[in-house]
Design a protein around this ligand. Structure first.
Ligand code: HEC
Length: 145
């Protein structure tokens, strides 16, 4: 009997977690804004960056490499959508070139972080992670409301 109650609890907990899992997996489904590849890229970035911070702190270079993997290709999708007018920037929407430049620089730094992790270069991993955080904040202050 007690076991059944426990099982029921476990099932309820799992069910409660499902909507979040679906949100994280499908990405791009934003409650207010519908679906677009910029939001999708951001949700992947959010999860990946949390993992990166912990992995850098623990000098877990494999963790860094694994965290970067899902971000590959997200930028290209966003830029394609930006050019075909499928996404609109909430602020300074006319400065698309600047947005693309900032995003490219951000992903370039991610690539350098991956290379540093492959070389076990912890000092550079630290420097680049700080640079990436600045990248999130700079772009948000320009393009996010
Ligand atoms: C090159 C620009 C750029 C960079 C770099 C960037 N973002 Fe964003 N981000 C945006 C824009 C623009 C929005 C607003 C999108 C919207 O609301 O339509 C946004 C929105 C978000 C959101 C909200 C998504 C949602 O569901 O509304 C999260 C989370 C996020 N960014 C995380 C990050 C993190 C974490 C980083 C750095 C690791 C980062 N972003 C780097 C441009 C950027």
């Amino acid at each position: 009997m007690k076991r059944n109650v426990l099982l029921q609890f476990a099932a309820m907990a799992l069910l409660a977690a499902v909507p979040f899992a679906v949100y994280a997996h499908e990405g791009g489904k934003h409650p207010d804004q519908g679906s677009n590849s910029l939001i999708e890229e951001m949700l992947i970035l959010q999860k990946a960056f949390q993992e990166i911070v912990v992995a850098v702190v623990l000098k877990d270079n494999k963790g860094v490499i694994n965290a970067i993997e899902p971000m590959k290709g997200t930028m290209e999708k966003t830029h394609e959508s930006a050019h075909t007018g499928k996404i609109s920037l909430p602020k300074n929407s006319g400065k698309l070139d600047k947005f693309i430049k900032m995003d490219k620089e951000f992903h370039h730094n991610l690539h350098l972080l991956e290379e540093s992790a492959q070389k076990n270069d912890y000092k550079n991993m630290h420097t680049l992670t700080k640079k990436l955080l600045d990248g999130c904040i700079n772009c948000h202050s320009t393009f996010r409301k």
